[in-house]
Design a protein around this ligand. Structure first.
Ligand code: ADP
Ligand code: MG
Ligand code: ZN
Length: 479
């Protein structure tokens, strides 16, 4: 059965625009996971009668950054509309959103999958306001309006994804872009990005789309993946048994890992959209759009391609560096600081620096070790002043003490020894002390050379140049 049905997935992503103030009032946008409830609320976002909304220009700018980064066409005139429905977290009884004329349309996002790159079309990008938050307790529910009126960007894809992997890649790529654009922290656990997955399946090889379901409020990549996979499986079974899929809105239970019905098509909301009478048309000047376009940072995909091409990095290393803009910047700052090999610097960051920073509960980019300091270490290792193993120890010490690599090497006498006479003596002693191994090497057990190499390095307190040691070992063993 698995290959008989093909999934069709379209995603709606809600991302908070993390401006200083809210969408239509001057209340602060606060971190909901730490702020006291209802500390950032005023009559406007509490929906008091007689108050008037005012558009936050910065929120529009953030939204335009995203729209332009996704290659959308901007609607120079867009319309805010009221989306009417009742829910206790929505004090006005309607959400100000965009409906018929959204801020921007027809964009695209290129994703990377195991099958290569794929373009996912973006249907629309529009601005709206977030709702408040309900906490359900034993004898009622608590309402926190800190989040009510926070600028929210909705990004709607075309149903272009054909697997859970693609849906996840799209969601991740979008999160990466939002972070690059500095409009959203990407802190999924704080709920600043939420997904809705629209899922249908169709017989493999057919063109027509089937009825879809919409799974609401997925707050993590894991939930997005699991919920979508669950639906694909469920719908495939229904179709295989000759049944039909009902169009409905589903919720996702993270504990039981099952979707559940929230409402069917019959009781779908009629939102009675109409233009918001308290706001003028949103008219955007072309000059402003072009200014914003010109100020966009280099985006992850372009950076990735440049890192591979310009620096000859592996796709793996480039991918890891580019995933965080700060790490990519760190990498390039190290290269600027000294004339060192880009590949070496990349390897040190992706390998040891990540490991050391991770252990200290920090991120590589704002670690104790500055890019210049790492570059110095790389210079010492690549220049043969210290060997790779010593370099790793030095990095740990740099991390702990903040001292530069050169100083640590000097103070501890860690300079690597390449002197052939010295190494020749060490190797000679090693062979004399391990006659059995030396003999078995000569008898053809060549793997034992690794043991002898290790012993010789140990004897030299790790400071011997490994290349010279290897050569000398081979020479004395009569190769
Ligand atoms: P609405 O939620 O307002 O009814 P649309 O019908 O335009 O909006 O689609 C919402 C989302 O559902 C979009 O992301 C779209 O790509 C996706 N979608 C539409 N039809 C299907 C389908 N048959 N299967 C999977 N996803 C779909
Ligand atoms: Mg929808
Ligand atoms: Zn307010």
């Amino acid at each position: 059965m698995p290959n008989q049905y093909e999934p069709v997935i379209g995603l709606e992503v809600h991302a908070e625009m993390q401006t200083r103030s809210k969408m239509f009032c001057s209340c602060a946008v606060v971190d909901n996971t730490v702020a006291e409830p209802n500390i950032a609320v005023c009559p406007v976002c509490a929906g008091m009668p007689g108050t008037l909304p005012v558009v936050n220009q910065r929120a529009v700018e953030y939204a335009l950054r995203v729209a332009l980064a996704l290659g959308c066409e901007v609607n120079y005139t867009s319309i805010f509309a009221r989306k009417n429905y009742f829910y206790p977290d929505l004090p006005k009884g309607y959400q100000i959103s965009q409906y018929e004329t959204p801020l921007a349309v027809n964009g695209q996002l290129t994703i990377k999958t195991s099958q290569g790159e794929k373009i996912i079309r973006v249907r629309r990008v529009h601005l709206e306001e977030d709702t408040g938050k309900l906490t359900h307790i034993d004898n009622g529910s608590l309402v926190d309006l800190n989040r009510a009126g926070v600028p929210l960007l909705e990004i709607v894809s075309e149903p272009d994804m054909r697997s859970v992997e693609e849906a996840k890649a799209y969601a991740e790529a979008l999160r990466e872009i939002l972070r690059y654009l500095e409009v959203n922290s990407g802190d999924m656990e704080k709920g600043v990005i939420r997904f809705e997955s629209n899922v249908s399946v169709r017989a493999a090889g057919t063109e027509e789309f089937n009825t879809r379901v919409e799974i609401k409020n997925l707050n993590s990549f894991r939930a997005l993946e699991r919920a979508s996979a669950f639906e694909i499986e469920r719908q495939s079974k229904v179709l295989a048994a000759g049944g039909t899929i009902e169009q409905e809105t589903l919720g996702w239970n993270d504990v039981s890992e099952k979707t559940y019905s929230q409402r069917s098509k019959e009781d779908a909301h009629d939102y009675r959209y109409f233009p918001e009478p308290d706001l003028p048309l949103l008219v955007i000047e072309k000059d402003w759009v072009e200014q914003i376009r010109a100020s966009l940072p280099e985006l992850p995909r372009a950076k990735f391609q440049r890192f591979v091409k310009e620096y000859g990095l592996t796709e793996y290393a480039a991918g890891v560096l580019v995933a965080e803009r700060a790490v990519a910047d760190y990498f390039e700052a190290a290269l600027k600081a000294k004339k060192v090999s880009a590949k070496s610097v990349a390897n040190w960051i992706v390998g040891d620096l990540f490991a050391v920073a991770n252990q200290a509960g920090e991120t590589a980019a704002n670690s104790q070790v500055q890019p210049e300091a790492l570059a110095e270490l790389v210079e010492l290792v690549d220049g043969g002043v210290i060997n790779q193993t010593t370099g790793k120890d030095v990095l740990i010490e740099m991390y702990q003490t903040g001292k530069p690599a050169g100083e640590i090497v000097e103070a501890k006498g860690l300079k690597q020894v390449s002197d052939v006479d010295f190494i020749s003596k060490i190797v000679g002693e090693t062979l004399a002390e391990n006659p059995k191994e030396a003999a078995s090497y000569k008898a053809g057990k060549t793997a034992v050379v690794n043991f002898l190499f290790g012993q010789a390095m140990k004897k030299a307190a790790g400071k011997a140049n490994p290349t010279v040691v290897k050569a000398e070992l081979e020479r004395q063993l009569g190769l």
